[in-house]
Design a protein around this ligand. Structure first.
Ligand SMILES: NC(=O)c1ccc[n+]([C@@H]2O[C@H](COP(=O)([O-])OP(=O)(O)OC[C@H]3O[C@@H](n4cnc5c(N)ncnc54)[C@H](O)[C@@H]3O)[C@@H](O)[C@H]2O)c1
Length: 363
């Protein structure tokens, strides 16, 4: 990843439909089938819309580099092995994580529709970006879900100083009566996003000493030293245990790499061998779907109307802030920095397609 610029960059809005079509064309030009390109582009733009800018279309250059270096096969077709009536295994054959996980969740939903629950393990996969798009896929079929993945080493285990576990997100969801306000939890087990350390470095600010360790395994308030070291898990040993849990369910169980063996998505030298674990659950197993959704709506109201602590204006349900961002970005477009647009347009040049058109800058 490139270092951030010293000066804040001019931002421009891109319309989601234009962005999706642009991403699709780059993917197709790099050997992805039109139907798989549709899936990958939809997932990346879903992250951009939800404000998860770290896992959206900006990842395209690194993914394309992996294809060019033959570390990822854009034409791989995932295969599915039915293990029991409610359990399947997907082999991604080193194709896009988006495509294999999409197929896995589709199978999990189909099984849950018949048996109440469907569980899918995915092996030999790649980075699938923002986990919430899989939760959204399940929600489109009125399903609850669990979405786990492992990832490349970034966190030490509690008490350690070497990068061993991934900042592997834990996601889950449940539908509600108001389809714009479902429950969507999607969280990485680290205290702070690495992007916050880059921001502190750019602004010459200190960081809290519990965010990261320096290269020598010492706590630090200096962002530059922190970037040479490791991220720290949230909640001390509990965050560390959650990242190990992601490795147990996604890596050990699936047959994919684990215990520090997954390759960083920015390292195009070899296949990533990521594993995922996906579960779909029918919410109307013990009551009607209307009753379930009514109870979810009641839970939502109780949460957001809860008495607020001093200094808090509004309480949000998990996933709600991202939903509000999505509603805004569907109208206004998705903000991109000039350097990000330039990097995407470099891929457009390589793919021989038209550049992204930018509207007026955001003032
Ligand atoms: N595929 C991978 O290997 C990988 C690795 C790391 C992260 N990620 C992705 O990065 C993204 C960012 O993860 P993160 O941990 O930084 O997310 P985050 O800290 O922004 O949010 C975590 C969760 O907390 C909720 N939340 C945040 N602020 C809230 C508030 N004020 N009130 C109520 N709820 C609130 C969010 O809705 C979300 O469900 C996720 O989409 C994740 O899937 C992917």
């Amino acid at each position: 990843m490139s270092e951030p610029a010293d000066q804040p960059q001019q931002m421009h809005h891109i319309q989601p439909a234009q962005l999706k079509s642009f991403v699709q064309q780059i993917l197709i030009a790099n050997g992805t089938s039109p139907s798989d390109a549709e899936i990958v582009a939809k997932c990346l733009v879903a992250a951009d819309l939800r404000g998860v800018d770290t896992h959206g279309s900006n990842r395209i250059p690194s993914y394309m580099e992996r294809i060019r270096q033959k570390a990822l096969d854009p034409a791989a077709t995932p295969t599915v092995l039915q293990v029991t009536p409610a359990v399947a295994q997907v082999d991604a054959h080193n194709g896009f994580g988006f495509v294999a996980a999409h197929e896995g969740m589709k199978r999990a939903i189909e099984m849950a529709q018949i048996f109440g629950i469907g569980m899918v393990s995915v092996k030999h996969s790649n980075h699938f970006g923002m986990s919430a798009w899989l939760v959204q896929q399940a929600l489109e079929s009125d399903m609850m879900s669990l979405v786990f993945t492992n990832s490349s080493p970034a966190l030490p285990v509690w008490g350690g100083k070497e990068k061993l576990m991934g900042v592997s997100p834990i996601a889950c969801g449940a539908p509600s009566g108001n389809e714009r306000r479902p429950f969507i939890l999607d969280m990485a087990p680290s205290i702070a996003a690495r992007g916050k350390i880059y921001k502190a470095l750019r602004r010459g600010e200190k960081i809290p000493t519990d965010w990261a360790l320096d290269g020598e395994g010492r706590q630090t308030d200096d962002p530059a030293s922190a970037l040479e070291g490791v991220m720290l898990p949230m909640g001390g040993p509990k965050g560390s245990a959650l990242s190990i849990m992601m490795d147990v369910f996604s890596g050990v169980l699936s047959g994919s790499a684990f215990a520090g063996g997954v390759t960083n998505p920015y390292d195009p030298s070899k296949p990533a061998d990521v594993g995922h674990f996906l579960v779909a659950i029918k919410p109307d197993l013990f009551m009607t779907i209307e009753e379930f959704k009514g109870r979810m709506d009641y839970l939502y109201q109780r949460v957001v109307e809860s008495d607020k602590m001093a200094g808090v204006d509004q309480i949000y349900f998990p996933g709600e802030i991202e939903m509000i961002t999505e509603e805004r970005r569907l109208v206004d477009g998705i903000p991109f920095a000039e350097a990000e647009i330039a990097s995407l347009n470099k891929e457009a040049d390589l793919a021989n397609i038209e550049h992204l058109k930018i509207r007026s800058p955001i003032l």
